[in-house]
Design a protein around this ligand. Sequence first.
Ligand SMILES: Nc1nc2c(ncn2[C@@H]2O[C@H](COP(=O)(O)OP(=O)(O)O)[C@@H](O)[C@H]2O)c(=O)[nH]1
Ligand SMILES: [Mg+2]
Ligand SMILES: [Zn+2]
Length: 386
Amino acid sequence: MSLSSEVDMRSAAGNTSTEDSHSATNTGDSRSGDIETEASIDSEPQLLRGQVISLDRGYPLVRTSRGEEHAQHAIHLVKNSPHLAAIGDIVELAYSPGQTYPLISNIAERSSVLARRRMVESEREGCGKTDEQVLAVNFDFVVIVQSLGKQHINLDYLERQLVMALQSGKDAFVLLTKADIARYPQQDLTDAQSVVAGHNVFLFSINRSRLEQQTAVAPGAVAPGTVALSTVALGTVAPSALAQTAELVRLFSPAKTGVLLGRSGVGKSSFVNHLLGKGVLATGKVRKKDRAGRHTTVARKLVDLPQGGHVIDTPGLRSIGIYTATRGLARTFPEIVTAAASCRYRDCTHTHEPGCAVIQAVQAGILPVRRLSSYQRLAREVYDRA
Ligand SMILES: Nc1nc2c(ncn2[C@@H]2O[C@H](COP(=O)(O)OP(=O)(O)O)[C@@H](O)[C@H]2O)c(=O)[nH]1
Ligand SMILES: [Mg+2]
Ligand SMILES: [Zn+2]
């Protein structure tokens, strides 16, 4: 199967040369000595299209019509190292006789990207600087995951996650997990809804047995598939707010891909296992003080759901810096964008300027002051204002 006739293989590395639609044998022509060029002298490599479905420390795992196999990046992609294949990437594999691994010779243009700003930790690349890390690509929506517990949920962090998610250009929704151990489920739900600009928020728990022990509701009152909620939760949360498993599954069907974004230990892998109806992904406790941490999810993985659709599980991130996320910022704070249209100055930063409609909205009690300070904090990061 020739790939070049099927998909636009314009390289994600930003290669816009006219050779893009040619076969992989031509992509390295200006760099004689590249592996694929040498290999192609004797015979044309066979090309196959595939998708990166797992990334670990080794070579990316790619699924093609032939099955799943590890593949190695072609040298011209490695030279553009920020643009190596990410989970979800559609890639072109080149098979040449005598090679142990097929080569990833091209990466298709991405329809969506989830990325964060990351501190560079290696001396060689310049400690203290930041770079962009691509977490997942080619998804349809982002699921922001936060867990509930004894404390109120962290709204600042939720807004930060939303900026990052909405920067992708795709939709996002929020999954509040561990509802069974939540002390303030209704308040957390309402608070979350108040900062996510109309995006859906779901309360969720994997723990149905706990529910049955704790709740005072009559047997049978909880429909199968209803998420587990504690006595407190059931007493105070409107029934319409309770996500049903079926409802969550429907978000992924018929063939949508959702990517999970959340800290380690919030229950991302448990959620995936719940959707699958079996324990496919490893789950576990997080050792907080251990910086090396036992990350139960080492790999990024694209998992097929039996009802259709896919979910990308990512390892928990210690920090999420947001990277030139102007679109994400605007989509996270639409009420500020709307008010800002009436500011006297077009480049108003809504901090001190006369005639600032945003500050006026705060003073008039229309805009909560916490929203403005939250916006300011994130805007400084997005626009790199120290
Ligand atoms: N009580 C309760 N614990 C949960 C729930 N979901 C996950 N956990 C637990 O939280 C821990 C971390 O879960 P895991 O799925 O590995 O989190 P991940 O790091 O985000 O993938 C595990 O011990 C899970 O059993 C839930 O709904 N309720
Ligand atoms: Mg996990
Ligand atoms: Zn202003």
